[in-house]
Design a protein around this ligand. Structure first.
Ligand code: NAP
Length: 302
């Protein structure tokens, strides 16, 4: 293997440790800790497991956390009233509504009801606009792109003047990470190209990339010959390609694969993220980071 592995599992530990220390310092000086509420509607097993992990991480870094579980037949009106309650609650700095919501509830309406200054997921149109403007306007970068940028920076990869190619144009990964990398400022200042299913020469674009960020959801989409020698390859894709029995628990678990042919790519790239254990652990980590940021804004510390 020639590439340096950028491990999200290690960077997560580093960042969570920094957050824990900062939370303790703020508690000592200001007598408050960040407050995070997670609203879970219904009993979708995947949602329960995400929420459990978020709550566990919030606990670990010393946050005040509330898990607000609601029945699947809660009305849209009652859910909006609940959000309004947390918008007005001074002890809460971040509000998360776990998706998907039941069909009778308009997801967009619910997400847009969250106070943008408590929208630590960074998906509210106000925060999308702030991200687009860049600089000091930005409050909460969306968590997965924020995690990707943090991995690139912490790995010591130069972004200024770099050719960045982003595969995928979704609202949660492709578009925001492209927007973040093109901004004026540290960890950015790149020349950015976004490619998608209508792009004519996908391979040709990828081959120019000093930093290749792949978020397509197609296993092994990126071939080794598409990678520029020494490039930094960030594989966001998480694809279930089968099942196996876990050696640890003896239970069935999913076999996961990224969007990049990792085994071949690692011999060409300069830096590469694995799947699993790459970008995955960064999302909840940056969610904690944003919740802490929210309290810091409130206290006038940033
Ligand atoms: P998405 O909404 O399905 O978007 C995929 C994008 O990739 C679309 O813009 C699509 O182009 C493009 N694309 C798909 N196939 C392509 C191809 N053959 N050639 C070129 N472009 C192609 O997906 P997403 O939500 O951004 O997620 C992408 C992947 O990242 C998924 O595997 C997801 O599980 C993973 N993910 C991981 C994390 C994490 O680790 N924390 C977080 C979020 C997502 P069109 O727009 O033209 O259709």
């Amino acid at each position: 293997m020639t590439a340096t592995l950028i491990k999200g599992t290690d960077i997560r530990e580093e960042i969570l440790e920094e957050i824990t220390q900062e939370v303790a310092e703020i508690k000592e000086k200001h007598g408050v800790v960040p407050g995070l509420v997670t609203i879970l509607v219904g009993e979708n097993p995947a949602s329960i497991s995400y929420v459990t992990l978020k709550i566990k991480t919030a606990h670990r870094v010393g946050f005040h956390e509330i898990q607000d579980n609601q029945s699947p037949d809660i009305s849209e009106e009652d859910l909006l009233a609940l959000i309004d309650k947390y918008n007005k609650d001074d002890s809460i700095n971040g509000i998360l509504v776990q998706l998907p919501l039941p069909k009778h509830i308009d997801e967009k309406k619910v997400l847009n009801a969250i106070d943008p200054d408590k929208d630590v997921d960074g998906f509210h149109p106000v925060n999308v606009g702030r991200l687009m403007i860049g600089g000091s306007e930005v409050k909460f970068p969306p968590c997965t792109p924020y995690g990707i940028q943090e991995m690139i920076v912490r790995a010591g990869v130069e972004t200024s003047g770099a050719e960045v190619v982003v595969v995928g144009r979704s609202n949660i990964v492709g578009k925001p990470i492209a927007n973040m990398m093109v901004q004026k400022g540290p960890g950015a200042n790149a020349t950015v190209t976004i490619v998608h299913t209508r792009t004519k020469d996908l391979a040709g674009h990828c081959k120019r990339a000093d930093i290749l960020i792949v978020a397509a959801g197609v296993p092994d989409l990126v071939k080794p010959e598409w990678i520029k020698p020494g490039a930094c390859v960030i594989d966001v894709g998480v694809n279930r390609v089968g099942e196996k029995i876990s050696e640890k628990t003896g239970k069935k678990i999913a076999i996961l694969k990224g969007d990049v042919d990792f085994d071949a790519a690692k011999e060409i790239a300069g830096f590469i993220t694995p799947v699993p254990g790459g970008v995955g652990p960064m999302t909840i980590t940056m969610l904690m980071h944003n919740t802490l940021r929210s309290l810091k804004y409130k206290l006038g510390l940033i």
